[in-house]
Design a protein around this ligand. Structure first.
Ligand code: SF4
Length: 433
C-alpha cells in the first residue's frame, strides 16, 4: 500500500488536543505517516471547535486553505462545529467526511472506508441526545505534559453555552480504566498530567464514582510526578478536593475556576450555579490552605444586560479576589442558546473596552503574583521549547521560568532558584541540582 501522509489540525480546548493526539496514534499504528500541520498531506483531519462564531469561521477558512494546498487530499472534519452544523461544513468544497462527536473515535475506520470505496462524501452525525459514546483519549509525544480526558459532555445549561449541545450529556470512563490510561502516559515518559473534561468536576455521572476518588487513585500511579486539574466549576470544588490537593505532593497548587461574571445579577441571568459570595468562599479556602496557589479565573464581558455599573461591580470583585490570572472573553452570541434571545445586547465597542480593562488588570495581578516567587527555590519541569538559547518550564504554582538551554534537562524536574522577572513576566532561573 502507498504510504499516506496525514496531518492533524486542532482548534479549541485541551479535550480536543487529547482526542486529536489519540486519533493520530491510531493512524500511525495503521502505517500512516504523521506530518506537521504546515506540511502537505494526503489526509487532512480537522478537530473543530464551536465555542464562538469566530471559532466556526476559523474552521471554514482552514478547510479552504488546506483544499487549496492539496485539492487531491481527503479532508475529514470532526469536533463541536461538525456536531452542531454538519451540513454547513459538508457544503464547503473539498470536504469528504464530516463526523459528529458521537463518531469521532470512528474517524480512522471511516477514512479507510473512503480510500477503499472511492471518494463519495459522507456525513455522520446525530442529535445531541444520541451522543452517548465516550471516546477515551490522552495526548502524547508532542508536549511535556499530557492531557488526560476523564469526562465528556455537560448537564448544566448555562444560558450562553453551546457545549452541552455539541458534546451531549455528562459521562465518563470508570476510574480503573483512567488509571490504566495514566499508566500508559507514565510508560511513555511524560511526568505531568492535566486532568481534563468539559465539566471535569462533574465526573462520575455514568459510573456512580466520585471525582475525589479519581484524584486519589491517580495520585498512586507510579511515574507521574505532577497533576493539574484543567478547570473545575466553583460549585464542584469541595473542601475535600481542596484539602486533598493541599496535602498531595503530586497535585499542584494551580486552579482554573470559571466565574464568568463578578456581579450576582448577571450570574443569575447566565444561569450559573453559585453566587459571588460562594465563589469568594472557594477562593479564600484555596488561599488559606495553599497561600502560593495560582488561581486562574474565566470571565465573560458584555453579556446581554450588563450595564457599566454591573461591569464595575465585577471588576472590583475580581480586583479584591487577587487571582493570578484572568482569561477574558467577549460575550459571543451562539444560535440556539437562551442568551441569543436576551434583550439589552451590549455593543461590540463597549465589549472591546471592557476586555481591555480586564486584560490590564490581569497584567497587574499576574505580575504581582510572579514577583512573590522571586528569590524562592522551586521545582520546575522544563519543556522542549528552545528560544534564543533558553528553555522554559513551569513551577508547581504555574510561574513560567527560563534558563539557558540544556538538552538533557528537557522533560525533567529540576530544583531552581528564581531570579528577576522580565517584561514577559517570566522569571530567570538558576538550576541548583
Ligand atoms: S458548565 Fe455551563 S459553560 Fe460549562 S460546558 Fe457546561 S453549560 Fe457550558
Amino acid at each position: 500500500m502507498q504510504t499516506r501522509r496525514v496531518s492533524f489540525h486542532t482548534l479549541g480546548c485541551k479535550l480536543n488536543f487529547s482526542e486529536s493526539s489519540t486519533l493520530a496514534r491510531t493512524f500511525e499504528q495503521g502505517g500512516f505517516v504523521r506530518v506537521a500541520p504546515s506540511a502537505d498531506a494526503d489526509i487532512f483531519v480537522i478537530n473543530s471547535c464551536s465555542v464562538t462564531e469566530h471559532a466556526d469561521k476559523k474552521c471554514r477558512n482552514l478547510i479552504r486553505k488546506l483544499h487549496r494546498r492539496n485539492p487531491q487530499a481527503i479532508i475529514a472534519v470532526t469536533g463541536c462545529y461538525a456536531q452542531l452544523k454538519p451540513q454547513e461544513i459538508a457544503d464547503i468544497e473539498g470536504v469528504d467526511i464530516v463526523l459528529g462527536n458521537n463518531f469521532k473515535g470512528d474517524l480512522y475506520r471511516r477514512v479507510l472506508e473512503l480510500i477503499e470505496r472511492g471518494r463519495v462524501q459522507n456525513v455522520y452525525s446525530c442529535d445531541t441526545d444520541s451522543i452517548t459514546s465516550f471516546f477515551a483519549a490522552f495526548s502524547s509525544g508532542d508536549r511535556t505534559r499530557a492531557f488526560l480526558k476523564v469526562q465528556d459532555g455537560c448537564d448544566y445549561c448555562c444560558a450562553y453555552c453551546t457545549i452541552h449541545y455539541a458534546r451531549g450529556s455528562s459521562r465518563n470512563l470508570p476510574i480503573a480504566d483512567l488509571v490504566r490510561e495514566a499508566e500508559k502516559i507514565a510508560a511513555a515518559g511524560q511526568k505531568e498530567i492535566v486532568i481534563t473534561g468539559v465539566n471535569t468536576g462533574d465526573f462520575g455521572r455514568t459510573t456512580g464514582e466520585k471525582f475525589i476518588d479519581l484524584l486519589r487513585a491517580l495520585n498512586k500511579v507510579e511515574g507521574i510526578e505532577r497533576y493539574r486539574i484543567s478547570s473545575i466549576e466553583p460549585n464542584l470544588l469541595t473542601d475535600e478536593i481542596i484539602e486533598f490537593c493541599a496535602a498531595s505532593p503530586k497535585f499542584q497548587h494551580h486552579f482554573h475556576i470559571p466565574l464568568q461574571c463578578g456581579c450576582d445579577k448577571i450570574l443569575h441571568q447566565m444561569r450559573r450555579r453559585y453566587t459571588t459570595a460562594k465563589f469568594a468562599d472557594r477562593i479564600h479556602t484555596v488561599k488559606r490552605l495553599m497561600p502560593d496557589a495560582f488561581i486562574g479565573i474565566d470571565v465573560i464581558v458584555g453579556f446581554p444586560g450588563e450595564t457599566d455599573e454591573d461591569f464595575q461591580t465585577s471588576y472590583d470583585f475580581l480586583e479584591r479576589l487577587e487571582p493570578a490570572f484572568l482569561h477574558v472573553f467577549p460575550f459571543s452570541e451562539r444560535p440556539g442558546t437562551p442568551a441569543a434571545d436576551f434583550p439589552d445586547k451590549v455593543q461590540d465597542s463597549v465589549k472591546t473596552e471592557r476586555v481591555a480593562r480586564l486584560e490590564e488588570l490581569c497584567h497587574r495581578l499576574h505580575a504581582s503574583f510572579c514577583r512573590k516567587g522571586v528569590g524562592t527555590e522551586q521545582d520546575v519541569l522544563f519543556e522542549s521549547t528552545r528560544r534564543e538559547g533558553m528553555m522554559f518550564g513551569y513551577t508547581g504554582n504555574y510561574i513560567r521560568v527560563k534558563a539557558p538551554y540544556e538538552r538533557e534537562r528537557v522533560n525533567t524536574i529540576c530544583r531552581v532558584k528564581l531570579g528577576e522577572m522580565d517584561d514577559s513576566q517570566d522569571l530567570m532561573g538558576e538550576i541548583r541540582d
